[in-house]
Structure formats: structure tokens, C-alpha cells
Design a protein around this ligand. Structure first.
Ligand code: PGA
Length: 253
């Protein structure tokens, strides 16, 4: 089935734990200058929490939205070092990344946590970008479908309304390694995810599934041509405004 035009492409920048204050501001300004007025692609910047306000002010009059890289599932309380969804809303976030593989692998985030965060994000009307993907070992032992299927089931347990949800397929072996999934490898998993969505909701054709993992200006167009790839979650390449803008351009065709 060809790509369904009902899905507006989305390209999100995950700056991770990068940028000092002045750099973050300069990067956001450069992104606004290059792609801040286009309306064909939904563009999201996810800076570190501490620069959300600064970046939010810079993108305020553009078509770019603000997102966070993580959140806690409680509204407030004794959770030292955590940030709640309510706080993110009040600083102007529209999106939030949930379940990034670095959170899962380095900070012990579980499928159960991902599910709790997702439910909370939906309650406060933050648009979640739910990440899932297999490790190299899992891929090499032919367990990719099983892993992403299980992650999908756990993440969306108890969810029936998928409005506002985006999924990001990010094979762990492709993140920050310079080794992207081939368009065919990515499409194969995206198709599985689309079928899982179809089993859950009649709205499955409306839900965006992003690819993430070493997306660069020179591989984005081929990836985007795949029927079920609706945009990108970009790490390293989002730290250069020119590269990020080129990736957004690739999702306009
Ligand atoms: P990368 O990161 O583009 O640097 O591989 C992607 C991500 O972690 O979201």
C-alpha cells in the first residue's frame, strides 16, 4: 500500500545531553531561520530540560514545536531530580519522548514505566513519541519482530485512544553508531507496527511511525520513501541546523 497522505510527516530533534546555553539558543535560531516557516512537516525540538524555556522563546513565532526528552508519571512530589508532565505543559511543551532506548538501557526504564508515562502524557494532552527497538544481539538471533511486538504490547497496554500518539522505531544498534537500518529493514518493522496498530484501532492509518537511528541528510530521502516511514527522530544530525533542515526537507517529498 503506498504511503497514506493522511499522515503529515513529523521530524523530531533529540538533542540528548548536548549544548550549553548559548549553543542551544544559536542552534534553535538557526533551525527557525532555515525551516521555521514551512508547514508541510511537523518539526519538534527536544532540548535538555534546562533549555526548554530559552528554546521555547526562540521558536515561539515559528511553526516549530517544543518537546521534552523524558518525564515522570506523577504530577508532583518527592521524586528528586524528576520533571512532571504538568511542568512540561506549563513551559510550553507539546510533545514528549517516552521510552528512549538510552533511558531503558542506562537508567533502568521498564516497559511498565513507559506505559505509566504514556498514560499520564495522554491525560495532560502532551503528544507522546513512544520509542521501541531491538538490540544487535536480538536482531542477530532473529528476535526483532518478537521484541518490538512485546514492547508495543506493554507500552500500549490499556490504551484504546491513539489520538496524538507517535511511535518511533529505533533499532538500538543504529543509534549513534553511524549504521542506519536499511530502508527495507526499517520498513519491515514499521509494517509490523502498523499491523499491530490495526489490531488496536480503526485509526491505524492516522498514526505516525518515525524511524530513528543514524538518520543523516544522505539517507533520509530513501528511508522516507518507504510506505510506513512517516518521519524521523534525529539525534546526532539534529545538532547541526543545516543537516537537520536537510532531513526535514527529505520528509517533504
Ligand atoms: P542518532 O540518535 O540519530 O544519533 O542515531 C537517534 C536517537 O537516539 O533518537
Amino acid at each position: 500500500m503506498p504511503k497514506n497522505p493522511i499522515r503529515k510527516p513529523l521530524v523530531a530533534a533529540n538533542w540528548k545531553m548536548n549544548t550549553e546555553r548559548a549553543e542551544a539558543a544559536a542552534l534553535a535560531k538557526n533551525v527557525v531561520d532555515s525551516i521555521g516557516r514551512q508547514y508541510k512537516v511537523d518539526v519538534v525540538l527536544c532540548p535538555p530540560y534546562i533549555w526548554l524555556h530559552d528554546v521555547g522563546m526562540i521558536i515561539r513565532d515559528s511553526n516549530i514545536s517544543l518537546g521534552a526528552q523524558n518525564m515522570h508519571w506523577e504530577d508532583k512530589g518527592a521524586f528528586t531530580g524528576e520533571i512532571s508532565s504538568i511542568m512540561l505543559k506549563s513551559i510550553g511543551c507539546k510533545y514528549v519522548i517516552i521510552g528512549h532506548s538510552e533511558r531503558r538501557q542506562l537508567f533502568g526504564e521498564t516497559d511498565e514505566n513507559v506505559n505509566k508515562k504514556l498514560k499520564k502524557a495522554l491525560t495532560v494532552v502532551l503528544m507522546p513519541i513512544i520509542c521501541l527497538g531491538e538490540t544487535l544481539e536480538e536482531r542477530e538471533s532473529n528476535r526483532t519482530a518478537e521484541i518490538v511486538t512485546n514492547q508495543f504490547r506493554s507500552a500500549f497496554d490499556g490504551i484504546s485512544d491513539f489520538g496524538g500518539i507517535t511511535i518511533a522505531y529505533e533499532p538500538v544498534w543504529a543509534i549513534g553508531t553511524g549504521r542506519n537500518a536499511t530502508p527495507q529493514q526499517a520498513q519491515e518493522v514499521h509494517k509490523i507496527l502498523r499491523q499491530m496498530l490495526q489490531n488496536k484501532t480503526a485509526e491505524y492509518e492516522n498514526i505516525r511511525i518515525l524511524y530513528g537511528g543514524s538518520v543523516k541528510p544522505d539517507n533520509a530521502a530513501e528511508l522516507y520513501k518507504q510506505d510506513d516511514i512517516d518521519g524521523f527522530l534525529v539525534g546526532g544530525a539534529s545538532l547541526k541546523a543545516g543537516d537537520f533542515a536537510a532531513i526535514v526537507q527529505a520528509a517533504m517529498i
